[in-house]
Write a new protein. Structure first.
Length: 357
């Protein structure tokens, strides 16, 4: 798509999703991965239209709660599912029957899983991760002692089959760093699995492929990653979310007011970060294009309608002269955007949703 596709909108704010662009992107990722399986992490954006667009280009969907599991099963009947997430309730664990892989997070969770189930044990490995945006240590997964406990209990349980290890250790990593990490995970996990009698060891390497909000054109190097994974002696699966859908959503809205207060210029936009929380959670300026105005650029802070100083899309960014009615499209709003936002705060109208086909 190009920005002209966003000009015909008549109600703001609106989310616009580029489904053909998303499909082409997913297809190219799938093509780059070779034998590595690709599951999409629904948590990044579980919009049914997004799930249906992506489904033909992935091997399955990763879900992180009973709610996601039920939603994805209803949206994509028969799809292969991997079920992860800390703190699974008994009720959620009963939904796991017939799931391709269950990712077990603790010995106690394993004891509450009745099976039949094929499981990956989620490992929390002490690997150094320079440059990560977020490291998933803390409550996620298990150390070697708990992993050994689980493997021993599975050996005594005819209803549960140990298939491999799951290791989603960080997010925001580029392809060379992710590859290095994958090799270090495999060096530990493959012999460990073999020592517990797993014949055809599997590794799920998680998601977290880098998305650079300061450079919307930059993409994770899927070809280098896919090629580099080929050397690993295990069945491999990855489950990216953000790096698949982030690029294919826009939040488009119009200017309500422009004012200069104590030397700072603010453009107040319809809507706010209760619709697009991404810049607040990530602490970045959301990339944007001004669709209607042109002229010499000067700094302004783009804010929404919420009664909080945190309602900022982009701070002191260069914009052409703005007037009420001008239209601004925020890009990279296809992942961790609408679905992580606090929609009901202040009770403003919800955005419209459009799907380019
Ligand atoms: C969130 C998450 C993902 C997806 O992460 P992205 O950064 O969106 O690629 C994959 N696996 C697990 C276990 C997760 O928690």
């Amino acid at each position: 798509m190009n920005l002209d596709d966003l000009r015909g909108l008549d109600r703001f704010p609106a989310y616009v999703y580029d489904l053909p662009g998303l499909q082409a992107h997913a297809e190219s990722i799938r093509g780059a991965l070779g034998r590595t399986e690709l599951f999409y992490a629904a948590k990044a954006n579980p919009d049914p239209e997004i799930l249906r667009a992506i489904a033909p280009h992935v091997d399955g969907i990763e879900v992180s709660s009973g709610g996601e599991l039920t939603h994805v099963r209803e949206t994509l009947p028969g799809v292969r599912l991997a079920f992860g997430g800390p703190g699974k309730t008994d009720e959620e664990l009963t939904l796991a029957a017939g799931i391709d892989r269950v990712h077990v997070e603790s010995p106690r969770e394993l004891d509450r899983l009745h099976g039949p189930a094929d499981v990956l044990l989620r490992a929390n490995l002490p690997l150094q991760l320079p440059g990560a945006a977020l490291t998933m240590s803390g409550p996620f997964g298990m150390d070697e002692e708990a992993l050994n406990t689980c493997a021993a209990r599975i050996a005594d349980n005819p209803h549960i089959t140990l298939r491999g290890v799951h290791a989603h250790l960080a997010s925001g990593l580029d392809a060379p760093t992710m590859l290095d990490l994958a090799h270090r995970i495999a060096e530990w996990a493959v012999p460990w699995l073999e020592s517990h009698g797993v014949d055809d060891p599997e590794l799920n390497l998680g998601g977290g492929m880098a998305v650079d909000y300061t450079s919307p054109e930059t993409r994770f190097d899927w070809h280098a990653y896919g090629a580099g994974l080929n050397g690993i002696p295990a069945r491999l699966r990855i489950e990216p979310g953000r790096s698949m859908t982030a690029y294919h959503g826009w939040y488009v809205t119009d200017v309500l007011d422009v004012k200069t207060t104590r030397g700072e210029t603010y453009a107040i936009l319809r809507g706010g970060t209760h619709h697009l929380r991404t810049p607040v959670t990530k602490g970045h300026d959301q990339p944007f294009a001004v669709l209607t105005a042109d002229g010499p650029r000067s700094p302004a802070t783009l804010v929404g309608q919420l009664c909080t100083p945190k309602d900022v899309f982009a701070r002191a960014v260069l914009v052409p002269p703005l007037r009420p009615g001008d239209v601004i499209a925020f890009g990279m709003a296809g992942a961790y955007a609408w679905n992580i936002s606090h929609h009901d705060f202040l009770m403003h109208p919800k955005p419209a949703f459009h799907y380019l086909r």
